[in-house]
Structure formats: C-alpha cells, structure tokens
Design a protein around this ligand. Structure first.
Ligand code: GDP
Length: 597
C-alpha cells in the first residue's frame, strides 16, 4: 500500500456491508453512504452492496479494488445476515438448487412441542421407517408428499436463541405451538418475538384441540393481539389446528410448511463451499467427540477437514439421523459426525477447509486477531450506539424489551410508549412481560439490538453477567414517567443532531490587524470564561451568528497559547473567516457527543 495520493489497493469480497467497506477503507460509514447516494444508491450501514458497487465507491475514494475469495472465519462481523446466507448469496445463482426447509418448533412449556416433534418423527419420518429412529441427534428429516423437511429437534428456544445470538439463524421457518386450552402465554410471546426479530416466518400449530377446554377462537383472538393475525381473519399467519397426541392435523401442518417454504425460495449450492451450523455436540466415552452438524451450503464428505471455532478435525465417520453410516451430506441435511478434536459449541458455524494445517493456521490467526482487538468483536447495544446507527440510517426504530412487576403497570407503560411511536422513528416493543429480567431477555436483546427496560423489577445475576458480556443495556425504573421521559429523550436524541454544545467563554473584538498572507487578525479582550485554541468559535454580531468555525491561531502577546482567560487580551484568527468588525463577540464553545445511554 502506498500513500501520498497514489492509488491504494484493497481486496473486497463479492458482497460487503457498508460498515465493513468503511472498515476496510478506514473511512467513516457516513462517507461511504454519501458517496453511494451521490451515485444514486440509497443504502444503510448494514446493507450489503455488491462488489461492482463497492468498487465504484472505493475507486472514487482513491482505492484500487480486487475481488477476494470469501473467508468464512469472520463470524463476529456478520451484522444482520448470517454468514451462511452470505456464502449462499455469493454462489453463482445458476448453481443454486432448492433445498429442504429447516424448521424449528417453539412455544410455551407444556404446550406440546416434544409431543409434536415425536408425532411427526413417528408418522412422517423420511425413508419411511416409522418408529424406526431410536437415536436422537438434535435434528431429523420428515417427508410430506415427496418433499423433505428438516426439523430441528431441540425444543425450547434456548438453542434457537443461541443460534440467533451468534447470527446463525439456522431455521427458515418457525412452528409456534400454542395449546388451544391454554392460549398465548409468556413464552409464546417470547418465541414470536424471536422469530420476528430473526425475520423468520411463523406458522402457528394450535395444539390440543382434542381437549374439552380447547377454545380456538379465544386463542386466535390472543394471537391477533400479539400481531399474529390468522389468515382466516385476513391476516397472514397460517393457524393449523392439531392434536399432537392424537396425531390429528399433522398432514395439514406439513402441507402448510411446504407451502410457506415454496414461497421463500429456499436454496443452496450443493457443489459450493461447504458451511453449516453445529446443532449439538458432546463427548462420548466410546466414540470421542460426536457433533450434529446441519449442512447449509455445499456437500460434506467423510474425510473432509472441518473447522469450527477453535476446534477442527478430519471427519472419520458420518451418520444420518437414523444412525445409518453415510459418506456425503448436502444442504439442509443434519448429520452426526466423529473426528473433531474438541466439543464445539452449539450454534457455531462450521466450514470445510482444505487441510488440518489450514485449520490450525486459521485458528492461530483468529486467536491473534482476538488478542489484538479484544473488545472490537462485541456488538454493544446501548442507547448511544443505537443512536449512532440511527445517524447512519441503519436503525429507524428503537427496540425495547420490557419487564414489569405486574400486568397493571405493564399496560400503561406499553400504551404510553406506543403513543411515542408516532413520527419518524418507531418504538418497537419486541417483548413485554411480567417478572424479573432473565437471561432470555438479554439474549433476545442482543440478537435484535434491543434495550431491556425493567419497571419495579430486578435483573437476576445471570442476566446481568450476560448483559455485560453481550454489551446489552439494562435500564431499571420505579417511576413510569421517568421511564417514558428517558425513552422520549432517547428518541429526541435520535431525531436531533447528536452534539451538545457548551459555551466556554466570550471575547470582544477591539482592534483589527491586517497581516500579509494571513489576513485579518482580531485583537480581543476575553470578557468571560476563556477562549481556547482547540475549541470551536462563533462570530456574533448584533446577537446573530455570522460565522462558525475553528480557530487558526491564538496568541497572547507574541506567544502561541492554548487558552486565554477572562480579563486578558489576545490575538485571534479564524480558519476561513477574517471579516471581523470592531464590537464583534467571539464565542468559544465545545461540541461533544450527548451521552444518551
Ligand atoms: P412441551 O413442554 O411443549 O414439549 O410439551 P410436551 O410435548 O411435553 O407436552 C406436555 C403435555 O401435554 C404432555 O403431557 C403431553 O402428553 C400433552 N399433550 C401434548 N399434545 C397434546 C394434545 O394434542 N392433546 C392432549 N390432550 N395432550 C397433549
């Protein structure tokens, strides 16, 4: 790389976010956004732009650009779009093929998730061996009318959240199980919030319709209240009545999945670069490390070297979800593998590399990078940061997760916050619930760039630790108007420039000296506070500002000085302005970022 006006060369991938492009060029994202705008492209900081567009921007900013081969081990930098999706986006579109949808089942405890997964496993297992699977590897495949569907068999949204929090977003579709006799419950809402934040479509399975207490209309009403308006009410949420226990309605549910999946254009390149997500992993006494991997792009083969986190290994053996030995697995296939040298974390991304040596080199490089930039990888969610993102056009809403002591306080909080949503920036309440702030709230906040608000509640210690680790902001209140006032302030901060001005002093112009090559210098007397050379300066005439800028030079007697205090004389010149008049007031002021967090 060379400086001094010569062209510098950078490597860019096939697509890159505005943020990453800025980082690569050492420029501010706003500069990039402006250059894009000048070229007729409206983009926010998280937006992916293609190589050609990036190259134009980079060229305008003095860079020569070459196309790089994509790297997979930048898990921390994924932004909104998970890396595996990006890898697929970078594939040649002509090579893409439809793959089975990956479905995860979420819902409130005891609403029947496990029963439903078992029921589908037994009646629709792919390969037609009903009841034949005894092992459990965390995922399986079912068949419906000749179409394959991959189910993640890890009920409870802990796994889903872990995946999402890492940006893996393994699922294409969420089945939200709601018991018809119990209705929408806290975890139902939480699950819906997760799916929504991950932009994964939801199909509702209204379970236990065989129960005498089942009240489908009431449940539909409740679903509508949380934004899942049933299609029969002209909404866009498919609600399928089922009884997991009596195996009723399962075909309808599978049909709905196939239908929705068709509309989603779920594709991958089986011949492309192999990448995927760890579903679960454990150390088995007899077999060593056994991990279930979900292949998301490419094809995984026995003998491949897999790298995941700081773990790697050559795959010695591979089994499908029925426990059968297989040699290769294509997109959306869950496989259980042996050969990794350590237990990887569920939710981590894996990739195939060319050799064990390459795996070791990548791990070393990553460790080195982590040591050099320990904090850089964290995605911190504070009001201040959201504000920054807003400035860059990335966030048009303030996302909140609200916890209150009782329902009675939750409602007025939600109502008054919703009133504030009007105008340019929306408040989006992802989740509102009674009870203390727990880890799941923090995970949801971290995964969706939200802030956690507590009213008359505490955050439990695990939640506090996690919040610290994930950089999630928790704000606790005991007076409603304080809470709303704060949020209002935050919104205002979003709407106004982020700068706070502090006036530090005034000087009066008493004489004007003309100096050759420099122009006019004001001979002043500081009348209050002080005038600083590195502060900003404003020229006031008749109470009106006629110029704002920065100080070019500040002298006391013959010496250059940093500041001059009240009562003293100084000579001052301003960058880009010298039309001083006697009697002008020069106002010295500082500008700083408002601490809204
Ligand atoms: P999970 O916590 O969501 O996984 O719920 P489970 O699958 O463990 O189910 C909780 C209870 O509800 C169990 O006793 C199931 O037998 C029962 N259950 C699940 N589905 C149905 C159903 O469709 N009808 C009836 N009557 N009971 C069900």
């Amino acid at each position: 790389m060379s400086e001094n006006g010569q062209t510098r060369t950078i490597e860019l991938p096939g697509t890159i976010t505005v943020r990453d492009l800025a980082k690569t060029m050492d420029a501010s994202p706003i500069e990039i956004i402006k250059t894009l705008m000048a070229n007729g492209v409206m983009a926010n900081i998280n937006q992916q732009i293609d190589f050609d567009t990036a190259a134009i921007v980079a060229a305008e900013m003095g860079y020569e650009v070459t196309l790089e081969t994509p790297e997979a081990d930048e898990e921390e930098d994924q932004g909104e779009i998970p890396l595996w999706r990006r890898v697929i986006e970078e594939e040649d579109p002509a090579e893409l093929e439809t793959r089975p949808p990956v479905v995860t089942i979420l819902g409130h405890v005891d609403h029947g998730k496990t029963t439903l997964l078992d029921a589908i496993r037994h009646t629709n297992v792919a390969g037609g061996e009903a009841g034949g699977i005894t092992q459990h590897i965390g995922a399986y495949q079912a068949e419906h009318n000749g179409r394959t569907i991959t189910f993640l068999d890890t009920p409870g949204h802990a796994a889903f959240t872990a995946m999402r929090a890492r940006g893996a977003q393994g699922a294409d579709l969420v089945i939200l199980v709601v018991a018809a006799d119990d209705g929408v419950m806290p975890q139902t809402k939480e699950a819906a919030a997760h799916a929504r934040a991950a932009k994964v479509p939801i199909i509702v399975a209204m379970n236990k319709i065989d129960r005498s207490g089942a009240d489908p209309d009431r449940v539909k009403q409740q679903l509508a209240e949380i934004g899942l308006v049933p299609d029969e009410w002209d909404g866009d949420t498919i609600v399928v009545p089922i009884s997991a226990k009596q195996k009723q309605g399962l075909d309808d549910l599978l049909e709905a999945i196939v239908l929705v999946a068709e509309g989603l254009n779920i594709r991958a390149n089986p011949r492309g670069r192999c990448i995927g997500t760890v579903i679960e992993a454990e150390r088995d006494r007899a077999r060593g490390v056994v991990a279930t991997l979900l292949v998301q792009n490419g094809t995984l083969n026995v003998g491949d070297v897999v790298l995941v986190g700081n773990t790697y290994g050559r795959l010695r053996a591979m089994f499908d979800f029925r426990g059968r030995k297989i040699r290769k697995a294509g997109p959306s296939t869950p496989v259980s593998v042996m050969g990794l040298n350590d237990v990887p974390q569920a939710g981590d991304l894996f990739q195939v590399v060319s050799s064990e040596r390459e795996a070791r080199e990548k791990i070393e490089a990553r460790i080195q990078a982590q040591q050099n930039a320990p904090a850089a990888a964290k995605s911190v969610t504070s009001l201040e940061q959201l504000f920054d993102r807003f400035q860059a056009g990335e966030v048009r809403e303030l996302r909140l997760i609200i916890r209150a002591d009782v329902q009675g306080s939750l409602e007025p909080i939600i109502n008054s916050l919703n009133e504030m949503s009007e105008g340019d920036i929306k408040i989006n309440i992802l989740h509102a619930e009674t009870g203390n702030i727990g880890e799941s709230d923090i995970m949801l906040a971290s995964a969706s760039d939200a802030i956690v608000i507590g009213f008359n509640v505490q955050a439990d210690s695990a939640a506090r630790r996690l919040a610290e680790a994930e950089g999630v902001s928790i704000r606790l209140y005991d007076i409603i108007y304080r809470l709303t006032e704060d949020i209002e302030k935050a919104l205002k901060g979003m709407l106004e420039p982020e700068e706070k001005e502090t006036v530090i002093g005034h000087a009066e112009v008493r004489q004007i000296f003309h100096i050759k090559k420099v122009g006019n210098v004001a001979g002043c007397r500081v009348v209050d506070g002080e005038v600083r050379r590195n502060a900003r300066i404003r020229v006031l005439r008749g109470g009106q500002s006629v110029f704002e800028g920065s100080v070019a030079s500040l002298k006391h007697e013959q010496d250059d000085v940093r500041e001059v205090r009240a009562g003293f004389e100084c000579g001052l010149s301003i960058k880009g302005f010298d039309a001083f008049q006697i009697g002008d007031i020069l106002e010295s002021y500082t500008v700083e970022k408002v601490a809204v967090a």
